[in-house]
Ligand binder design. Structure first.
Ligand SMILES: O=C(O)CCC(=O)C(=O)O
Ligand SMILES: [Fe+2]
Length: 235
């Protein structure tokens, strides 16, 4: 007779399972005059886990300072950038923003892999091919780590190329605001593995930023860009 095994002798074996493959979801924000398309789950769960680990452990994230113009009295004020950052690029690329000159650090191989996959998505969205030569990288470790409303319109950036943003780790809101009407806002949730493109007149007509979060968890964001090559200069 086959009986029920004695519960004391049952040994459960945990079977290793492949991470799920989630379906890519394509959403066009249909911003007048701009290209703003989100691909959710563009990176697989396996890629998200692998890249999050590499990006949090193998990158020389920096606490840096920025200088901005005070909204109150128009004076220039220097303070801590409210997140950690790093700028990576091909040789001969510099990017000045918020009063700081950033000389591109050498590419980490994982960032180059991510860049290739980020470039491939442009064709999937029916957009022209672009080879990015730099990446502004942001690390948000706490809900208080933020990025103020801004436009990426510095002279170092090629205005005709889009900016592609990819995110790993914790989900954060990404807010877009019409420069001509501050009441016109869009909020996009940028989750683990998401890809987002900002093109057309996005930087001329809109501001964007990452406000204070509500949940703990580290988020890594890489924004791939095309900068105009130049030699380093004073900030
Ligand atoms: O973290 C983000 O999603 C936005 C990054 C960004 O806008 C920037 O680096 O200029
Ligand atoms: Fe930006």
């Amino acid at each position: 007779m086959v009986g029920k095994p004695n519960s004391e002798t049952v040994k459960e074996k945990k079977v290793e399972q492949a991470p799920p493959v989630l379906q890519i979801r394509h959403r066009d924000l249909e911003l007048p005059g701009a290209v703003a398309i989100l691909l959710e789950n563009y990176f697989t769960v396996e890629e998200c886990e692998r890249y999050f680990k590499v990006l949090t452990t193998e990158i020389d994230w920096r606490n840096q300072q920025i200088t901005v113009t005070s909204q109150d009295n128009g004076e220039r004020v220097t303070g801590d950038e409210p997140r950690r950052t790093l700028f990576m690029s091909d040789p001969g690329i510099c990017y000045e923003y918020s009063g700081r000159e950033n000389v591109g650090q050498r590419w980490h191989p994982a960032v180059l892999e991510i860049k290739k996959k980020a470039e491939a998505a442009l064709a999937e969205c029916g957009l022209p091919e672009v080879v990015f030569n730099s990446a502004q990288m942001n690390r948000y470790d706490f809900p208080r780590h933020t990025l103020g409303m801004h436009a990426d319109n510095e002279p170092d950036l090629d205005r005709d190329s889009p900016i592609v943003s990819v995110s790993f780790g914790a989900t954060r809101d990404f807010v877009i605001q019409d420069k001509g009407d501050e009441k016109l806002k869009w909020v996009v949730s940028l989750a683990d593995g998401s890809w987002f493109v900002m093109g057309g007149a996005m930087q001329q007509r809109y501001l964007h930023g990452v406000p204070h979060g509500s949940m703990p968890g580290t988020r890594i964001n890489l924004t791939f860009r095309v900068c105009i090559p130049r030699t380093p200069g004073p900030a």
